[in-house]
Design a protein around this ligand. Structure first.
Ligand code: PGA
Length: 261
């Protein structure tokens, strides 16, 4: 995988937004796989700035959701459908009808997961999937020991993830749902380009294990090592535990620009 070390989160956001913009210039109807959480926000802000400046047209783009809480009504402000409407669809001017996501309120969750897999297949799969990483190494909500071959399904969150996400629920862990629907690791690996963004020292250990540790279900993000086009973008604090940091810096500095990300 390629590791790009950037000075800060804003620079990471600019770099990934430009990769998304290039994709949309080449393929205006591309399917962007988007993530929630704090980390991806600089990406969406930088892409929105390009849209406003007329550098890229997102009107034909499709947006696919990575994961969703089970049991939160779609209109709840912290349902990921609501979060993505606020942070991605509206700022980027993408019509609500171009959004694909699983139904976290379905009476039959297994059927909702299968329906979402079918929806992703019907649009030809995800072109570029943006990922965050949990402090426990999760991608999407694939918690440690998720099958590396898993498909979209229901998962139970770890206590650590619920503690991490309580900040979105007035600091009250009891309001954080226990269950989620998440694209499986096998599903995520089918996207044509995976871009993982990690910022801050709190992610340094998970990043080191993802990039330099063994491929292991215990660190779900390490599955990126199996993908032919995976890019890990990290700021200096998140890169602080990488043994090969200098090599990654040198490689990126010497990279032919025509290759893009
Ligand atoms: P964060 O979440 O960006 O808010 O740290 C990342 C994740 O849990 O995947």
């Amino acid at each position: 995988m390629e590791v790009v070390i950037v000075p800060d989160a804003k620079a990471g956001g600019e770099l990934i937004a430009e990769a998304m913009a290039e994709l949309l210039r080449r393929k205006p109807e591309a399917v962007l796989g988007v993530a929630t959480g704090s980390t991806p926000l600089p990406v969406y802000q930088a892409l929105a700035a390009r849209v406003q400046a007329g550098d890229v047209d997102t009107s034909r783009a499709r947006v696919a959701q990575l994961d969703e809480y089970v049991g939160l009504p779609a209109e709840h402000p912290e349902s990921y459908r609501s979060v993505l409407r606020r942070e991605v669809l509206e700022p980027l001017g993408i019509p609500a009808g171009s959004f694909l996501g699983p139904d976290g309120t379905a009476a039959d969750i297994s059927a909702a997961c299968e329906a979402y897999e079918a929806d992703l297949a019907q649009v030809g799969g995800v072109d570029l999937q943006l990922l965050g990483i949990g402090t426990d190494g999760h991608i999407g909500f694939n918690e440690p020991c998720s099958s590396l071959a898993s498909r979209t399904r229901i998962k139970t969150l770890t206590e650590q993830t619920r503690v991490d996400n309580a900040r979105f629920f007035d600091g009250d862990i009891d309001q954080v749902p226990q269950h989620v629907i998440t694209q499986g690791i096998g599903t995520i690996l089918e996207a044509r380009h995976l871009v993982l963004l990690a910022t801050g020292e709190g992610k340094a250990e998970a990043v080191a294990q993802t990039v330099e540790g063994p491929v292991s279900a215990f660190v779900p993000a390490s599955a990126l090592q199996l993908h032919r086009h995976a890019t890990v973008v990290v700021d200096e604090p998140a890169a602080s535990k990488l043994k090969l940091a200098d090599y990654f810096r040198h490689t990126y500095a010497a990279k032919p620009r025509w290759q893009g990300l």
